[in-house]
Design a protein. Structure first.
Length: 50
């Protein structure tokens, strides 16, 4: 995530470089990444407990 998040910030700050993607999608990806990272960690912890 640390390697990809700066690229997503750059995409959100420069939406004109990505005319095929809606601006809302570029901004929605930012908080979504944290949720997906948390979900992956939570699933990994559940698997270790079983």
């Amino acid at each position: 995530m640390a390697a990809v998040y700066p690229a997503n910030i750059n995409m959100a700050l420069h939406p004109e470089q990505y005319p095929e993607l809606p601006k809302l999608l570029l901004y929605a990806r930012l908080p979504l990444q944290f949720f997906l990272a948390w979900l992956g960690l939570a699933c990994g912890q559940l698997k270790q407990k079983n």
